[in-house]
Design a protein around this ligand. Sequence first.
Ligand code: FMN
Length: 162
Amino acid sequence: MSDKKKILRLFHYGLFILTSRGNGQTEPAPYAASTVTWVSQASFEPPLIMIALRKESWANEAVRQSGIFTLNLVGKNKKEMAGKFFKEIRIVGKTINGFEFTLTEKGLPVFKDAPAYIECKTVDRSEKGDHSVIIAEVTDAKLFRDNDDLLLLRDTGWSYGG
Ligand SMILES: Cc1cc2nc3c(=O)[nH]c(=O)nc-3n(C[C@H](O)[C@H](O)[C@H](O)COP(=O)(O)O)c2cc1C
């Protein structure tokens, strides 16, 4: 493995389940839900974050269409849940891939198992690489359980980077 790859894989990341929706389209699904790790804060005032989304993913297309998304935090004991959102999703009733969700006022799914979530609106995007870098303002935040330890990429044995 090259030094570049090794070093970039030493960076620390959290794990989040991003949700979004298209503008009324139902294919491939009315919602997007996907596990992401390239997430960081980017400004105190206004409160901005940045995320990187694979150019051709449905999650990215949904965020392109609606301009809004949520990031659901993932508890340390919920690796199995995070592992269920790497592929195409299946929505049955009020569940996505078997996990119960409710809708925010803006109509985005948020998971009952998530200890917290933030809701964001895109303010800018850059398309220089194979991921789109999206800068977004945090427009809402709900903390349900503040003692929960969070799942970190390095605890999972998974890698995304290099
Ligand atoms: C450990 C791990 C971390 C990931 N992090 C990201 C990420 O930060 N951004 C991204 O676009 N995809 C990331 N992915 C890939 C997405 O989970 C996957 O491409 C996406 O869920 C595909 O679904 P979609 O096309 O329906 O959106 C990651 C995958 C793994 C295994």
